[in-house]
Design a protein around this ligand. Structure first.
Ligand code: EPZ
Length: 429
């Protein structure tokens, strides 16, 4: 079990380059199952979740050829069965549920072990199954697997009463080769939805309206190979932007799409942080004191839930009282006791957290409870006085490529240690 050790209190200066978007990559890779030829995917983040989904495809018979750190060629022609048998890998990540839509779209059947992943709260998949059923599949949840069967799928209108990223993507995957027209109403609008649609269209799909509430898909018979570059990760970018705001400093965040960062930029400005938008980068400067603010998570284009823990960490050192309301997940505040170990003054009640900012957090021994909660601990540790030791960093590493290298390059004092290494306990609280 490895750890991060942070000696906090250093301002950050320099440049950070953002990797490809995790939540786009983990849908685009399974989408290759629908294709009849090899595809080259560029700007892939080198993170654990991507390694796992590639390993699953390889286990299913695809040929994976790593061209470089961020480019991979996937040849799906060796995938002959709709049954996925590598339970260990599938249950290691949430996004393995995209195999359901992809296999159903390709083979009209799917048998996939139940997905795992970050479990900060209950993560149902009823909307995914409803979409498959609307297209004509029978869905059955077995003891540890999900089974989809169909004689024939037909385009239909799928109406989601809750906006769901995963269900929207899975409906797109299932519909893309399904005869007829499929309408997805109440669709999610996140940048990774548009990215998946662009990828599928690059392979010859006919998808319109991605990024709006209604997506229209005309089924096609086959999909051809393509070369496609994944969009930059807006949550990785937002995390480093919040880190600079928390520590103070001046950092140019490169390889981003500023349009995808609008809600994050707006909230950072509310805290008194300067954000200058450029063509494919944003410059974040924080010199004066941080101000408290109010925020509410919402599906895109609202403030992303995947930035909520990082902002709670940031606001823990802002002057005044902040209020953060979580409106996407039922309970995403389970990490707050970890921040309290660092002397953060936070009261959470249901889906609202009230944060009474204090001058400085204090380094402590904390755990990364999930990916974004872990990112919040990193931000808190960077801004705190003294040493912070973060355990369970495997969660952080599922979503942040080269986090140590990127932060060290801008002046952070952070390192990764194996458990046996001695830590100066006198500095820990
Ligand atoms: C995706 O999860 C992301 N994961 C999550 O990011 C992110 O938090 C979430 O979207 C919201 O933006 C991936 O893309 C792999 P949802 P997803 O379906 O698709 C309810 C991260 O840290 N719902 O949009 O699983 C659900 O309970 C991860 O990178 C149902 O009721 O989320 C929630 O309240 C964590 N039934 C809401 O919809 C369903 O069948 C939104 O969830 C599905 C969802």
């Amino acid at each position: 079990m490895d750890k991060f050790i942070i000696n906090g209190g250093k301002k950050l200066y320099g440049e950070i380059s953002i990797s490809g978007a995790k939540n786009a990559a983990v849908a685009i890779i399974p989408a290759v199952v629908l294709c009849d030829e090899p595809c080259v995917i560029e700007n892939l983040p080198r993170i654990r979740d991507v390694a796992v989904i590639l390993a699953i495809l390889e286990h299913m018979g695809a040929k994976i050829d790593r061209k470089s750190d961020s480019v991979v060629e996937i040849d799906p022609r060796g995938i002959k069965s709709y049954k996925v048998t590598c339970e260990g890998l599938v249950s290691d990540m949430r996004a393995s549920y995209y195999l359901l839509g992809a296999l159903l779209g390709r083979f009209h059947n799917a048998l996939v072990p139940y997905p795992g992943g970050c479990s900060f709260c209950e993560r149902p998949i009823d909307l995914h199954l409803k979409a498959f059923e609307t297209l004509g599949a029978n869905c059955e949840i077995l003891f540890d697997k999900i089974k989809l069967e169909s004689e024939k799928l037909t385009g239909a209108t799928i109406n989601f009463e809750i906006v769901s990223v995963g269900a929207t993507m899975n409906a797109m995957l299932a519909a893309v080769r399904t005869p007829g027209v499929t309408l997805i109403e109440g669709a999610a609008k996140e940048p990774h939805i548009v990215d998946l649609a662009n990828f599928l269209n690059s392979m010859g799909a006919n998808i319109k309206g991605a990024g709006t509430d209604v997506i229209k898909i005309k089924g096609v018979d086959s999909l051809h190979g393509c070369t496609y570059s994944i969009i930059p990760d807006q949550i990785e970018a937002g995390t480093y932007m919040a880190a600079v705001a928390a520590t103070g400093g001046d950092v140019l965040i490169k390889n981003v799409t500023p349009e995808h960062l609008k809600s994050i930029i707006s909230k950072l400005r509310d805290t008194g942080t300067t954000v200058q938008e450029q063509d494919e980068s944003v410059r974040v400067i924080r010199e004066g004191e941080l101000k408290a603010c109010q925020l509410k998570t919402m599906p895109h284009p609202g403030f992303p839930t995947d930035m909520q823990p990082q902002f709670v960490a940031l606001l823990s050192t802002a002057t005044g009282k902040s209020r953060v309301m979580e409106c996407v997940w039922e309970n995403r505040f389970s990490y707050i006791p970890q921040l309290r170990k660092m002397k953060a003054d936070i009261i959470d009640n249901g889906n609202v957290a009230y944060i009474h900012g204090r001058d400085r957090l204090q380094g402590a021994k904390v755990r990364a409870l999930d990916l974004r909660a872990g990112a919040a601990m990193v931000i808190a540790g960077l801004a705190a006085t003294g040493i912070t030791e973060i355990e369970d960093i495997k969660y952080i590493e599922r979503g942040y490529e080269k986090i140590i290298e990127k932060l060290t390059a801008v002046g952070a004092d952070i390192r990764r240690v194996t458990v046996k290494e001695d830590v100066d306990e006198s500095n820990l609280n």
